[in-house]
Design a protein around this ligand. Structure first.
Ligand code: COA
Ligand code: MG
Length: 289
């Protein structure tokens, strides 16, 4: 059974709230979560209509076990307030929505401003401003915050940094937000890979994000799902090793020992914590299928 505590976030697909075809198509796509977007993926002329198109889709389509996250416009725009109120009204009317994603969060008080309008939903924060990077710990500490999403395109724009395959210019911000999310036990998802036809580039970036500790990657096109799902899932070898570590550690403990050896490496209590997390993640992923 998938719940907010064990939910996988390997693949988090953005869908423009104005695109009916894509909204319907997503009911059958293999993503762990969807960001239904009212912000940058929606043209100014479509902003108001998108609100209704999106709420209708969320009401009428069955998105199954996928997490439903709605990205609203910022409260400093002419649409933000109405977006938040429309989503809150939909939740009160029984429409299933899991969280509100707030763009360009720079201060903890940016989240308080949303709570002042509604406390109907947990919040997620787009981490994409230089000020947000500096305040990441404070933002992550907000009791209503459930997750963070790296907004690497906006961050690159603010930093005036260039795209590099190794993402060196992004590392300070990515690392800062990772530390913040992990310190407060929040979910954190990596930024998008813009070249949606470049599978090798996407895989390299997914692998890098996975190795750093991100829970998954935000995606812009269905063709990117398979690569992210594979990269952020425990491999068969990892599951096998976790099982052997737990068995060896149990056997060691039965003999009054605190340390076991598997494949020539020591296994202590802390490794067992990781091993159990790997198995729990594999189980949750299996439950998504
Ligand atoms: N979610 C769900 N379905 C999507 C999708 C998405 N993000 N992007 C494309 N699709 C669907 C299309 O509707 C199309 O479905 P169909 O063939 O059954 O009609 C199919 O996937 C193939 O789409 P394709 O023609 O290859 O792409 P496109 O040219 O229509 O769109 C983009 C390309 C990049 C404009 C589109 O993928 C998109 O809008 N992505 C989201 C952008 C976004 O949200 N940005 C904000 C965050 S960075
Ligand atoms: Mg952005």
């Amino acid at each position: 059974m998938i719940n907010s505590a064990n939910r996988p976030y390997r693949s988090v697909l953005y869908i423009p709230g104005s695109k009916e075809r894509a909204l319907e198509k997503a009911t059958g796509l293999a993503c762990d979560a969807i960001i239904f977007d009212l912000e940058d993926a929606v043209a100014v002329d479509e902003k108001v209509n998108a609100r209704e198109t999106l709420v209708t889709a969320l009401r009428d389509f069955d998105y199954g076990a996928r997490a439903r996250i709605v990205r609203v416009n910022g409260l400093d725009t002419e649409w933000g307030r109405e977006d938040v109120l429309a989503i809150a009204a939909a939740v009160h009317a029984g429409v299933k929505i899991d969280a509100l994603l707030i763009p360009k969060v720079s201060y903890k008080k940016d989240l308080d401003a949303v709570i002042d309008l509604t406390s109907a939903l947990p919040l997620w924060a787009m981490m994409e401003t230089a000020m947000g990077m500096l305040n990441a710990g404070d933002i992550a500490s907000h009791p209503r915050l459930e997750g963070m999403v790296m907004g690497t395109n906006d961050l690159a724009k603010e930093l005036q940094s260039r795209f590099r395959a190794d993402r060196l210019p992004m590392q300070a911000g990515l690392g800062q937000c990772l530390l913040a999310a992990k310190a407060f036990g929040k979910v954190i998802v990596d930024g998008v890979y813009n070249a949606f036809k470049d599978d090798a580039g996407l895989k390299a970036e997914c692998d890098q994000g996975r190795d750093m500790g991100f829970d998954g990657k935000t995606l812009i096109h269905p063709a990117q799902l398979e690569i992210a799902n594979a990269a952020f899932a425990p491999s068969e070898a990892e599951v096998d090793l976790a099982q052997r570590q737990i068995a060896a550690f149990d056997a060691a403990q039965a003999q009054g020992l605190g340390v076991a050896v598997v494949d020539g490496k020591i296994v202590e209590n802390l490794h067992i914590v990781t091993a159990r997390q790997i198995l729990a993640k594999a189980e949750a992923i299996a439950a998504m299928a």
